[in-house]
Design a protein around this ligand. Structure first.
Ligand code: SAM
Length: 193
């Protein structure tokens, strides 16, 4: 039983692209109430359910409280955009590195489509800073955004550090919503200037 129907979107993405492998370290941004983390725990075997497979790590972050989940470490009441949060995530990851960053984050919607779009894109852009600190070379990012005028800017920024970026609209996502996902793969760490 999943905590939220959003689980089906991640299941669909993972069934198609196999981004979550046993033994992987996952950072789940905007994790409350925890359905994506439930999927991640199963797929990376972070609760050690299958003793034959390597055991992964799941770290979830949210501004809200995230009810405890076996196999996951949660940073409740933490802002993904705050560098202090990045430091804590780093400590929770084995060798300080993640294979994949997931983000289903969404700001509280004001109802003004352009404004909500801009807020969410700004939040997504902070994930690129987070990636710079924790994502291992070759790693992936799945992030939700609301489509609009700044979509291209986000796509360009992602393309500057990921070898491949594609747009996804899972069947489990309502057709009439502006919600889409980027799947960015083959991370290359930018050279520090
Ligand atoms: N993927 C989750 C699941 O399956 O249970 C649902 C996520 S919900 C659609 C979006 C979440 O993003 C909310 O819980 C919200 O509090 C969180 N969020 C929004 N802005 C955030 C931020 N700056 N830092 C951390 N979490 C944030």
């Amino acid at each position: 039983n999943f905590r939220c129907r959003s689980a089906f979107k991640l299941l669909e993405i993972d069934d198609k692209f196999r981004v979550l492998q046993p033994g992987y370290s996952v950072v789940d941004c905007g994790a409350a109430p925890g359905a994506w983390s439930q999927v991640a725990v199963q797929r990376v075997n972070s609760a050690g359910t299958d003793s034959e497979l390597p055991c992964g790590t799941v770290v979830g972050i949210d501004l809200l409280h995230i009810p405890p989940l076996d196999g996951a470490h949660f940073l409740s009441n933490h802002d993904v955009a705050d560098p202090a949060t990045h430091a804590k995530v780093l400590e929770l990851l084995p060798s300080g590195q993640a294979h994949i960053i997931l983000s289903d984050m969404a700001p509280n919607a004001s109802g003004f489509r352009d404004m909500d779009h801009e807020k969410l894109i700004t939040l997504c852009l902070t994930l690129i800073d987070l990636a710079g600190k924790i994502l291992q070379p070759g790693g992936s990012l799945v992030c939700k955004y609301w489509d609009g005028i700044l979509t291209q800017k986000l796509q360009q920024k992602l393309s500057s550090v990921f070898g491949s970026v594609r747009t996804l609209k899972p069947n489990a996502s309502r057709k009439d919503s502006a919600e889409k996902y980027f799947l960015a793969r083959m991370y290359r760490k930018p050279i520090k200037s």
